[in-house]
Design a protein around this ligand. Sequence first.
Ligand code: DGL
Length: 278
Amino acid sequence: MTKAAPLDTRPIGVFDSGLGGLTVLRSLIDLVPGESLVYFGDTGRFPYGPKPAEEVRGYALEISDLLVERGVKMLVVACNSAASAALEDLKARYDIPVIGVVSPGVRAAAKVTETRRVGVIGTVGTINSGAYQRAAETSGLDLTCQACPGFVEFVEAGDVDSDEVIKLAERLLEPVRSANVDTLILGCTHYPLLARSIASVMGRGVTLISSADETAFEVMGRLEVGDSIVGQEPRSGAVPEARGSHVFITSGDTATFMELGARFLGPEVADVEAHKWS
Ligand code: DGL
């Protein structure tokens, strides 16, 4: 009888420009709770959305190097802006799997749309990069892409449904509304928190897609290829008993990260480590 390979208990590395990627972490904790996770939030250099692609690419490489040095077995780029600027470079740079949020979002939209008319909203960087357009090239989807500057700032300020938010949403979402999309990809980590306001502007007939869950499913799929989901018997589907550890690192203020992190993730945000870029 051949002996099963030991489980790979190294953590999965996840990063974002700040706190928004914690929506992806939430999905990962729910889907693969036995896995250990290291999350890096680059709050000290936030936001990425309005910055030039080259600068964001540099940040993404720096954080990924740091996570790889800490021994992660997989990298999840939870930030749409970073994935749009650097995913291909990151895939070429490391010999561990690197997963972004763009393709999972497109895949999820392709599964639910009936009319094939799909909208994508994201930061200026994400939309201008053309990453969603490239990811959807062979999908047969008719994509309408729209940058939504201002949305992230409202979420950061804790305002997700004021009259100002609705007014801005009505203005920014006009192009996707007139394109008659039946599905809208929330192509930014922060937008799921605006889902209620966005849904009220888009109307009932439009399905909103958050790439967080779909990304977590892709991570699970990659782990299953190696038959190595920690805390779960291989292929048994049993509810795991073991909980993985969660480490948080921020380049900004740790107390603020902890306080605001709870809004994105819940009580799991504890013991935040500080990282200062030299
Ligand atoms: N995390 C970014 C994204 O998903 C949004 C915030 C930012 O601009 O850095 O695009």
